[in-house]
Ligand binder design. Structure first.
Ligand SMILES: Cc1ncc(COP(=O)(O)O)c(C=O)c1O
Length: 389
C-alpha cells in the first residue's frame, strides 16, 4: 500500500469535517447557521492586531529560537506567576504552533510503544488519535451527565495498569463545559503520585469560566510531573494565529523542544509577538467577548431545555453546550445522534456535532460562539422542524 499503516488507521477530525461541510453548503448558497465550530466568532482584538503590524514593520520576520522567543516566554512565565503563583523559568516553557501541537509534542515525548494513557469520555477528538500516533493505547474512562461530567477517582483507579504512563485532563472541558472541582484535582494528584504517573492538563479554555467558579491548576499540587497545555486560540480569539504552549519540568520540555526543532523550526514569528502582547497587555475587548458568551450560554440553555426531549445543564465553562437527546431520539425514531445531527443540518440548516465524535452516545454538542441573532434563529428553526416531524 502507498500510504503508511499508521496514517491510514487515523480518523479525520469530525469537527473539522463538519466545518468543511458547512463551508461547502454555504458556497452552494445555503443559509446554514453553524453551531458546530470551536472558535470564537469575534475578530482578534485590535490591540493584538496592532502588535502584529508593529512586528511586521520592525521586520520580525525571521526564524526565532525554536522553543519560542524569550519575550513571549517571559509573558507566559509572568502569567503563571501572577495568576497561580507558579514559578517557571524559560527552560520550563515551550511555544508551539497551537495547543494541539503543544499537546502532540508532550504526548510523543512521554509515551513509549505499548504505554497506556488515560483519557475521559466524552473526549476532545484529537486525544485518542495523537496517543495512537505515538504507538500507545488510549484507555477511556467514561464520565456522566448526573455527575456533571466530573471523572470519578474509583473509575480511574480501575483503569490503571502497569502500563499506565499518564492521565490527560481537560478542564474546562470540551465538549461538556465541565470545570473540574478542587477536590477532584487534589484526589487525582494523590492517585498520580501513588502510581508515579504523569499528568498532561489541557487548559485551553481556562479563561472562559462562569459564575465565579474557579479553575484549579494541577501544577499547584503536582508540578514535578505535570505538563500544562494552553494557548491563545480561545481566550484571545486567535485560532488562526497558531500559538500554543506547554509548561512543565525542564527535563521533558527540553526533549519536547528537541522534537519540535526537528519537525518545524519554530512557531510563526509575527504570531509570537502578537501573542506576547495578547497575554501581557490584556484589554477590555476580552471582557466584552466573555460577557457575550455568558449571555448566549444562558439563552441557549433556556431555549434547549424548553424543547421536548432535549436536556442540558448550564455548562460552567467553554462556549459549548452538551445536551442529552436520548428522549428526543426515542420520541422521533432516530437510531443514533449522527441521524439527529444530519436531520438538523438537512431540514433546519443548523450545524451541530454528534457526541459519537467524542466517543459518547446520545448527546449533541452545540457551540454558542456565534452571534445572539444567529443563535435565536437556530433555536427557532430547530423548534419548528422538530414540531413538524
Ligand atoms: C480541548 C482542546 N484542546 C486543544 C485545542 C486546540 O487548540 P489550538 O487551536 O490552540 O491548537 C482545542 C481546539 O478546539 C480544544 O478544544
Amino acid at each position: 500500500m502507498m500510504i503508511s499503516k499508521k496514517v491510514n488507521s487515523l480518523s479525520d477530525s469530525p469537527t473539522l469535517a463538519m466545518n468543511q461541510k458547512v463551508s461547502e453548503l454555504k458556497s452552494e448558497g445555503k443559509d446554514v447557521i453553524s453551531l458546530g465550530v470551536g472558535e470564537p466568532d469575534f475578530p482578534t482584538p485590535i490591540y493584538i492586531k496592532y502588535a502584529a503590524i508593529k512586528a511586521l514593520n520592525r521586520n520580525m520576520t525571521k526564524y526565532t529560537v525554536s522553543s519560542g522567543t524569550p519575550t513571549l516566554k517571559k509573558a507566559i512565565i509572568d502569567k503563571f506567576r501572577n495568576e497561580y503563583n507558579l514559578n517557571y523559568t524559560p527552560d520550563n516553557i515551550l511555544v508551539s504552533a497551537g495547543a494541539k501541537h503543544a499537546l502532540w509534542n508532550s504526548i510523543f515525548t512521554l509515551l513509549n510503544e505499548g504505554d497506556e494513557a488515560i483519557i475521559f469520555s466524552p473526549y476532545w477528538v484529537s486525544y485518542p488519535e495523537q496517543i495512537k500516533i505515538a504507538n500507545a493505547r488510549p484507555v477511556i474512562v467514561a464520565t456522566d451527565f448526573d455527575n456533571e461530567f466530573q471523572p470519578k477517582i474509583a473509575d480511574i483507579k480501575k483503569a490503571i495498569t502497569k502500563k499506565t504512563k499518564l492521565i490527560l485532563l481537560n478542564s474546562p472541558n470540551n465538549p461538556t463545559g465541565a470545570v473540574y472541582s478542587e477536590k477532584f484535582i487534589k484526589d487525582v494528584t494523590d492517585l498520580a503520585r501513588e502510581n508515579d504517573l504523569w499528568i498532561i492538563s489541557d487548559e485551553i479554555y481556562e479563561k472562559i469560566i462562569y459564575d465565579g467558579v474557579e479553575h484549579h491548576n494541577i501544577a499547584n499540587y503536582y508540578k514535578e510531573k505535570t505538563i500544562i497545555i494552553n494557548g491563545v486560540s480561545k481566550a484571545y480569539s486567535m485560532t488562526g494565529w497558531r500559538i500554543g504552549y506547554a509548561a512543565g519540568p525542564k527535563e521533558v520540555i527540553l526533549q519536547m523542544a528537541k522534537l519540535q526543532g526537528q519537525v518545524t523550526s519554530c512557531p510563526n514569528s509575527i504570531a509570537q509577538y502578537a501573542s506576547q502582547i495578547a497575554i501581557s497587555d490584556e484589554q477590555e475587548e476580552l471582557n466584552i467577548m466573555y460577557e457575550q458568551f455568558k449571555l448566549r450560554r444562558d439563552y441557549i440553555v433556556d431555549r434547549l431545555n424548553n424543547i421536548d426531549g432535549i436536556e442540558c445543564k448550564k455548562p460552567k465553562g467553554t462556549f459549548y453546550v452538551f445536551c442529552d437527546v436520548e428522549e428526543l431520539m426515542k420520541k422521533m425514531n432516530f437510531n443514533n445522534t449522527d441521524e439527529v445531527v444530519n436531520f438538523l443540518l438537512d431540514k433546519a440548516n443548523v450545524a451541530t456535532v454528534s457526541s459519537n465524535a467524542f466517543g459518547y452516545k446520545n448527546f449533541i454538542r452545540m457551540s454558542y460562539a456565534n452571534s445572539m441573532e444567529n443563535i435565536e434563529e437556530a433555536m427557532d428553526r430547530i423548534e419548528r422542524i422538530l414540531n413538524e416531524k
